[in-house]
Ligand binder design. Structure first.
Ligand code: GLN
Ligand code: ZN
Length: 763
């Protein structure tokens, strides 16, 4: 018997209704009741879509006003004590306080920073990190999930409820006090899960999906050992449990997953097809096997025939469920809104709503329902069209890739030699100062760009105004006496979009939004074909900027891995191959910039860490190609040309050798939020090239004092030799205002000056 279900659906809504409702509520224009009504409407709509597509259950519990982990913090009654909530505080207002923090300006005496946010496994979704201490207690503290189950039942749906499993929930959190392991809280946590399961059973849910994606990680043995006893506690408590893992192979944890006393197991057959035959073999036949055959992370139409080939032989052996690999949270809502895409390209795609239909087609085909034939034919034609399309395959790109010179990813000389030449060329002072690229993206800049894009502002007027903006940025930096300048990126909307729009092989949707965190959505470009650069992308602006000053002007580019990581990537060739094509395009840009006299180039790779596979055994391969494609992009230049890179948003301590292997002459890196912890690691590792540890946090409007920056630099000097140290903020300044930017940079330059004086004296 076959059934269909999904692990979760995008909650933001077809027209991002949830985003707008949240923002209205936060501005004080919408009451809690109005917000709740929007939530209920969205849930009802999304359940109806699931039912209409023939899902055997609707999934309840995947909805969240901000984040599913935050929902669990309330459900399990472990809101951190530091927020000092009182009994009268409304549940949702506590929820948003945890998510967004309270600042002192809000009238709160102490202020309370929001919960930390971090990436959900290897996705670009960010969850709120639970905080644990040795005395954390749990209690069943929210009726929300049960109310949503009632809601679905009242609408006549068969319900599968979804919960984050207890071990994954603990794993996702952080110990806020020393000397204990959050795993020790499991004993206190399990009784609450038992209560929840019992309640769900009373409410008549058919199944409970327990997400334990940490089974796809290389877990410490004590965590692994905790699974069996935990699930022995939970299994008898309520409705049958479907244990779900995704994003990464279960691998050697598959035996454990099959043994757990639960009624079913979901495996991600897209990212770990190798798990499928093993699960079929090991999972006792009385248990349900849910196969995630439709890619929940990407937007391509599925190969239904291939799925059917796998499914058909299973007909009589056991109960099999068909699903998407993971929650559909990670893909846009529906293709319906994409009227601007040409029909051919559109036929290659499948967003969340279309994926429901693909699941329905699979089920119907297995039931030999003739209605499936039409869908299968359409799908085959589209797939064939995509495979053969000349839009996908660019012969010149492939010819170039086929004969890359062996030294394409090497500079001519080693860093010490290049360094000598670059020092002679640029004559920068000790502790050179610079910024990361962007300057404040004022409302005026954004409005002007929008007007130009909509054809309401002439090209010439737009160009003139943008040149003025650049001239202003140059004047400000010269007045501040910054050593290496930037043009300010006023012409860019987003660091990936700007390049994607100019590269061949990319397409942009009108409404392909995916939730990033809270009300924040991103619209990743789609890389559908071979990537190439029809013409220079940044040369015009950078060349102009350099013409305004005697000081070096950095050319500013986004690196191949970051462009790849923040896009939907084609699935018909390895990611590494696509990355290599992007790298070659960026390389050509770098070389063209060098030709017009740009002596320093920065290639940003903030996303290099987030592409790291979850399984250790797969990491070396990724790091090898990710660092290689960076070098391909960077290494087309002469030794006298200086290459910078920039990284942020992640912890880099564990990949320092690989970062060093990228061989950038200078790396500027976010360190201020980790309290310079990273610097220590750079010091211990003896990072060979130059480093600019971010000396202040640009995410806050606070202006750092000269002394503060000086102290930080002194600290940096204890681990980094003076000749290798650069001075810069920790990221681009586009989210800041001009007054605070100028004040902060003035202090930064002054701190560098004082440090130089001190060094002179000691020499
Ligand atoms: N050059 C980019 C900027 O300054 C870098 C942004 C980033 O690291 N995310 O905006
Ligand atoms: Zn950054």
């Amino acid at each position: 018997m076959f059934r269909t279900h999904i692990l979760g659906f995008p909650r933001i809504g077809a027209g991002r209704e949830l985003k707008f409702a949240l923002e209205r509520h936060w501005r004080g224009e919408h009451s809690i009741a109005e917000l709740e009504a929007v939530g209920a409407r969205l849930r009802a709509r999304h359940w109806a879509l699931q039912r209409d597509a023939g899902m055997d259950f609707v999934t309840v519990g995947d909805f969240a006003f901000y984040d599913q982990v935050a929902n669990h913090i309330q459900l399990l009654g472990c809101e951190p004590a530091r927020f000092s909530f009182s009994a009268e505080d409304h549940e949702l207002s506590r929820y948003f306080t945890m998510a967004r923090g309270v600042s002192r300006e809000d009238g709160d005496e102490a202020g309370a920073p929001a919960l930390e946010m971090t990436k959900w496994f290897n996705t670009n979704y960010h969850y709120l990190v639970p905080e644990f201490s040795a005395d954390t207690d749990f209690s069943l503290n929210s009726e929300r999930l049960f109310a949503e189950v009632e809601e679905a039942k009242n609408l006549g749906h068969a319900v599968k409820a979804v919960l984050i499993g207890p071990l994954t929930f603990l794993w996702l959190g952080k110990e806020k006090t020393a000397g204990f392991s959050r795993l020790s809280l499991l004993e206190k946590l399990l009784p609450i899960y038992q209560q929840i399961l019992a309640r769900l059973k009373t409410l008549g849910v058919a199944w409970v999906q327990m997400d334990e994606p940490i089974l796809g990680l290389d877990l410490p043995s004590e965590w692994l050992r905790a699974f069996e006893p935990a699930y022995h506690h939970l299994a008898p408590a309520g409705a049958p449990i479907l244990l779900a893992s995704y994003f990464s192979p279960l691998g050697e944890n598959l035996g454990l997953a099959c043994r757990l006393p639960v009624a079913g197991l979901h495996v991600d057959a897209v990212c770990a097809p190798e798990d499928v035959p093993v699960a079929l073999d090991w999972l006792p036949t009385h248990k349900v096997l849910s196969l995630g055959l439709i890619d929940g992370r990407n937007i391509w139409r599925a190969d239904l025939d291939r799925a059917l080939d796998l499914l058909r032989p299973l007909t009589s052996t056991r109960e099999v469920w068909i699903s998407a690999s993971c929650s559909l949270l990670h893909v846009p809502f529906s293709l319906e809104a994409e009227t601007g895409l040409d029909a051919e390209l559109r036929s290659w795609l499948s967003f969340a709503s279309e994926k429901l239909h693909e699941l329905r087609a699979l089920k119907r085909a297995l039931e030999n329902d003739p209605v499936a034939d039409e869908m299968l034919t359409r799908s085959r034609l589209a797939l064939q069209g995509r495979r053969e399309s000349p839009r996908v395959h660019a012969l010149e790109v492939q010819a170039r890739m086929a004969c890359l010179p062996e030294d394409i990813d090497r500079r001519k000389s080693s860093f010490p030699e290049r360094n000598r030449m670059q020092k002679a060329r640029f004559r920068l002072p000790l502790f050179p100062t610079t910024t990361i690229g962007s300057f404040p993206q004022t409302a005026e800049i954004r409005a002007r760009r929008a007007a130009w894009r909509n054809g309401k502002l002439a090209q010439s007027a737009y160009e003139a105004a943008t040149k003025d903006e650049i001239a202003h940025a140059v004047a400000v930096q010269e007045a501040l006496d910054i050593d290496v300048l930037v043009h300010g990126e006023a012409e860019r909307n987003d660091m990936v979009e700007y390049f994607g729009e100019q590269l061949a092989g990319f397409v942009f949707t009108a409404n392909g939004w995916v939730q990033s965190y809270g009300s924040r959505c991103v619209k990743p470009p789609i890389i559908y074909g071979d990537v190439s650069r029809p013409k220079p992308m940044t040369v015009f602006w950078s060349h102009h900027a350099q013409s305004l000053t005697q000081r070096p002007m950095k050319g500013m580019l986004t690196g191949p891995v970051t462009i790849l990581q923040w896009s939907f990537v084609r699935d018909d060739q390895p990611r590494a191959a696509t990355a290599e094509q992007i790298a070659l395009a960026i390389r050509d840009e770098v070389v063209d910039l060098e030709k017009v006299g740009i002596g320093i180039l920065q290639i940003d790779e903030p996303a290099i860490r987030e592409g790291l596979p979850l399984r250790r055994e797969k990491q070396a391969d990724y790091l090898a190609w990710a660092t290689r494609v960076f070098r391909i992009a960077a290494c087309g230049v002469a030794d006298e040309t200086q290459i910078h890179t920039h990284m942020c948003y992640s912890e880099f301590n564990d990949i320092l050798p690989e970062i060093a292997s990228m061989d950038a002459d200078v790396i500027t890196i976010e360190t201020s939020r980790s309290d310079m912890e990273l610097l220590q690691a750079f010091g211990n590792f003896h990072y060979p090239n130059a480093i600019g540890p971010g000396v202040y946090d640009i995410h806050s409007p606070r202006v750092p004092s000269v002394e503060e920056i000086e102290t930080l630099l002194e600290k940096a000097l204890t681990v980094i030799p003076a000749e290798q140290l650069w001075v810069n903020p920790d990221c681009g300044l586009k989210t800041r205002d001009w007054p605070e930017t100028k004040a902060a940079l003035a202090n930064m330059v002054e701190a560098a000056r004082r440090l130089r004086q001190k060094q002179d004296k000691t020499r």
